[in-house]
Ligand binder design. Structure first.
Ligand code: NAP
Ligand code: MG
Length: 499
């Protein structure tokens, strides 16, 4: 497939990858055509240009991939020692280090994340792989002298759960996939991955590159396709033991139903409406850019984005003026331009969704203080929404309750700490949140009383895989990161030995 001049500056490996035009499924260690050969266009949201296609895999393709994953799980992969799996993870870290810029370019073209942002995420990807490499040697059971009469020794062994269905969203698959890949390689599970139809390329390429390291066929398979078809088939498949899902709360609920067929273990990382609370004593030089990028980074397409900005009443005016000043400095543009700080919205359907919420905000009487006039530019009509700030928002308005997943923030004033906490907790979600204050006891009181899986103090969005993050309430369950993450890929086997 020949690409337009807009891609002259990408690396040669990226040109070679894109010139394939069509990107097949990856099953049992090789590129494989989907059975029905249906396809889905791959678009660059900066321009609207079609840059290829992926296979629209269906239930039959999922079944083939699950059979390959099962055979690998029962086959040679099960004989790999933790040391060998750790060695593979070390080599994966080297590979990702070496090839990150190519993968970053593909991610930037496919889903519209600014190339500067993706490049800056490299250290985070490497930390994740290093974390999982360490964890490969940290799978510990227990041995104890049991209390039973006679000479009985009891053991708890940890065993890999089996075949995992990994359902990945479009908002950052290059690094996001490593929460699943790392855990699989560390524990000895196998998987079928279903990336989002709007951003599958960085997953397909990563799996292909990992096979170059000698990963046995069938350990990692990728079935691209629509969520309602390939995703649903994976969640329903009776020979999949566990689902790792990141995506919307609505889809999470469907997955719970579909997975009931064989009682799959579930890890659900869902949506959020995270409160970011700024007290009057905060250092505004830090709080303004920190809170701004806490919601507008990746054009707001981050699950834990601080989309409800609670500002103490005395500083609302100053804060919003300074916020506007900061937003004036942000450069919106084509994702591959290294100067770009905010790229396009990843897909047409998401663009329409964001635009509709901006209209709802205006209709419900919130004050549009900044942005709000989405436009299309670029040759084919890129999907751009400027950072948009609504002030005078009440927490019961739609834009303060529902997840928009775009560059839109609701500024909500508060008077006292108790009020801030009450508003912060008035949501069905419980993913992230932050507090900005020079007073550590104020900050800790808020941290303790807000019901979310992760809280930041005087910063936003830092994640260390050693500690990880997670959600509560309707933001899902199952930690990402820390030993608890690995534990969900294992089950306990209790063994009794007499004599
Ligand atoms: P989504 O529609 O729920 O999609 C997520 C994934 O699920 C995609 O691969 C999608 O495939 C697939 N899918 C859709 N319907 C399915 C079904 N019935 N059965 C099985 N799989 C299905 O969410 P999205 O709009 O792509 O992503 C944005 C959402 O993800 C936001 O709500 C955000 O908060 C959440 N998110 C959460 C986290 C976290 O860690 N908590 C991280 C990132 C994103 P298709 O795209 O091909 O339909
Ligand atoms: Mg795309």
């Amino acid at each position: 497939m020949s690409l337009s001049d807009a891609y002259q500056d990408v690396s040669q490996p990226v040109k070679d990858f894109l010139s394939r035009g069509h990107h097949q499924l990856w099953i049992d260690g090789q590129r494989t055509a989907s059975i029905k050969e249906a396809t889905i266009d791959v678009c660059d949201p900066s321009s609207g240009e079609t840059i290829g296609s992926i296979a629209a895999g269906d239930a039959e393709d999922v079944d083939r991939a699950v059979r390959a994953a099962r055979a690998a799980f029962e086959g040679p992969w099960s004989k790999w020692s933790p040391y060998e799996r750790q060695r593979l993870l070390f080599r994966a870290a080297e590979l990702v280090d070496l090839r990150y810029d190519d993968l970053a370019q593909i991610e930037s073209i496919d889903m519209g994340a600014p190339i500067s942002r993706v490049r800056a995420s490299k250290a985070g990807a490497l930390r994740m792989i290093q974390f999982f490499a360490a964890m490969a040697l940290n799978i510990r059971g227990e041995a104890l002298q049991s209390g039973l009469p006679g000479d009985v020794t009891a053991m708890i062994l940890k065993a890999p759960v089996g075949v995992v269905g990994g359902i990945i969203p479009w908002n950052g698959p290059l690094n996001g996939q490593w929460w699943i890949l790392g855990a699989l390689l560390a524990t000895g599970c196998t998987a079928v991955l279903k990336p989002a139809e709007d951003a599958s390329l960085s997953v397909l390429w990563m799996i292909e590159l990992l096979h170059g390291l000698g990963l046995p066929p069938g350990v990692l398979n990728v079935v691209t396709g629509r969520g309602s078809e390939a995703g649903e088939a994976l969640a329903r498949h009776p020979d999949v033991d566990r689902i790792a899902f990141t995506g919307s709360t609505a889809t999470g609920r469907r997955i719970i139903h579909a997975s009931a067929v064989n009682m799959k273990r579930l890890q659900l990382e869902l949506g959020g409406k995270s409160p970011d609370i700024v007290f009057a004593d905060a250092d505004l030089d830090k709080a303004v850019p920190g809170a701004a990028m806490g919601v507008f980074a990746n054009s707001g397409q981050i699950c834990y984005a601080g989309t409800r900005l609670l500002v103490q009443r005395g500083i609302v005016e100053e804060f919003t003026a300074r916020l506007g000043g900061f937003l004036d400095t942000l450069r919106l543009g084509r994702s591959l331009n290294p100067e770009t700080q905010l790229g396009p919205i990843a897909s047409e359907r998401q663009f329409e969704r964001v635009v509709s919420y901006i209209e709802i905000g205006k209709k419900e009487g919130a004050h549009l203080a900044y942005g709000g006039a989405p436009g299309r530019n670029g040759p084919g009509g890129g999907l751009f929404v400027p950072p948009t700030v609504f002030t005078n928002v009440h927490n019961d308005m739609t834009i303060a309750r529902e997840e928009i997943f775009g560059p839109v923030v609701a500024v909500i004033p508060f008077d006292t700490m108790d009020e801030a906490i009450a508003i912060g907790n008035q949501t069905e979600y419980g993913l992230g949140g932050a507090v900005w204050s020079r007073d550590i006891s104020t900050a800790l009181s808020v941290v303790k009383r807000i019901h979310t899986g992760v809280m930041w103090v005087n910063c936003y969005g830092l994640i260390d895989p050693l500690v990880g993050f997670g959600g509560t309430k309707m933001s899902g369950y199952g930690a990402k990161g820390s030993e608890a993450h690995l534990d969900t890929y294992l089950y306990s086997k209790c063994v009794y030995i007499q004599g």
